[in-house]
Structure formats: structure tokens, C-alpha cells
Design a protein around this ligand. Sequence first.
Ligand code: COA
Length: 180
Amino acid sequence: MNRVRLRQATVADAGLLERWQQPAYIGEFNRFGIPPRPLRDEIREHGLVGSDRGALIVELVADSTPIGTVSWHPELYGPNAESVAWNIGINLIPEGRGRGYGGEAQRLLADWLFASTAANRVEAMTDVENVAEQRALEKAGFRREGILYGSQFRGGAWRDLVVYSLLRAQAGSPPTIASG
Ligand SMILES: CC(C)(COP(=O)(O)OP(=O)(O)OC[C@H]1O[C@@H](n2cnc3c(N)ncnc32)[C@H](O)[C@@H]1OP(=O)(O)O)[C@@H](O)C(=O)NCCC(=O)NCCS
């Protein structure tokens, strides 16, 4: 039984999601010094779920408290449509961390992406020092594949990322995502 679920953002979430762009809510491995941007219009247009990328709110099943977001964008491994993989990301706010929700949320996102698109591969990358995310992905069934050396520039230095994947053959039953 899942303790978290994913749902589409509504205009009522705009203030919350804008606040979550401040450094206090962003995990150190997700901090790139990118200035917060207004989200209200984007949410009104497509609820943050675009045709080739998007974000969903992670909330507790027990009382619907929102605890963070998951997101996805395409990664191209060839010129044809079949070679597009989804690269996913997550940011739980501090109160949502350390309780095992991160793996659950990312697994729900992967299963939903397999059910709603034709992609064969969902991948996640994280800093070699982000042990919590590595454990969360492993608990969610993702396979550790290797290191992308010097691939990410964050906090004034080049970082090494660990790559994880989940393939369609391992997809679970698709979760229901409440729309906005
Ligand atoms: C990373 C994140 C998704 C992990 O989800 P979570 O629900 O907090 O993770 P969990 O509670 O399942 O903890 C994961 C594991 O990491 C371990 N862990 C956490 N911090 C650790 C550390 N600094 N060193 C070693 N292990 C650590 C926990 O003990 C746990 O292990 P266990 O399940 O074997 O006991 C979440 O904390 C988060 O959103 N953090 C901020 C943003 C971020 O880093 N996103 C990923 C960027 S790529």
C-alpha cells in the first residue's frame, strides 16, 4: 500500500510551488542557483504536464499533505521516437525526507510514464555523494548502471553522477494520477 500519491498541480498550488523554489526547500544536490520563476500561467495552461516534460506534486495518502515534486524530461538515445527515454527528478521538502517517500514517489512516476507513453526506459541521475537518493532509487527497483564523470556543474565545481534505470519489462501496475 503506497503512502504517497502523485497529482497534477492546480492554480491553487501556484503559491506553494513558487515558495518551494527557494533554497530552504531545495535539497543541496538540486541547488543550481537558478532564480525562482512564476508558475501560475504555466499551471493554468497545462497543469505543469506538457507534451514532452512535466512535474507532479507528491502528497501523503493519509491526509493529502503536499511534500514535494517529481519531474521528467526526455533524453534522446537515437534519432527515432523509440529511442527517447524519460529522465526523472525529485525534490521533497525537508519535512518529507527520511521516511522512505522518495523511492515510492519515483516508482509511481516511472510506472505512470510507462503506462502513459511508449518509452522503454526511465532513468535517474544523482550526485555520487547523494547517498539518500541512491538508496531511494535502489529500494524503488532501479538498477545502478555507472558513473557519468564530470557531467554536472554545481556549486562551483564539476560533479560525477550515478546513473540508474528502470526498463518497461519491470513496470508495475499504473497508478492513478489525479488531474488538476
Ligand atoms: C533524495 C530523496 C529523494 C530521498 O528520498 P527519502 O524518502 O528522503 O529517502 P529515504 O527516507 O528512503 O532514505 C534513503 C536511504 O538513504 C539513507 N541516507 C540518507 N541520508 C544518508 C547519508 N547522508 N548517508 C548515508 N545514507 C543516508 C537513509 O538511511 C535511507 O536508507 P535505508 O532505507 O537503507 O535506511 C529526498 O530526501 C529528497 O528529495 N531530497 C532532496 C532533493 C534531492 O536530493 N533530490 C535528488 C536529487 S538528484
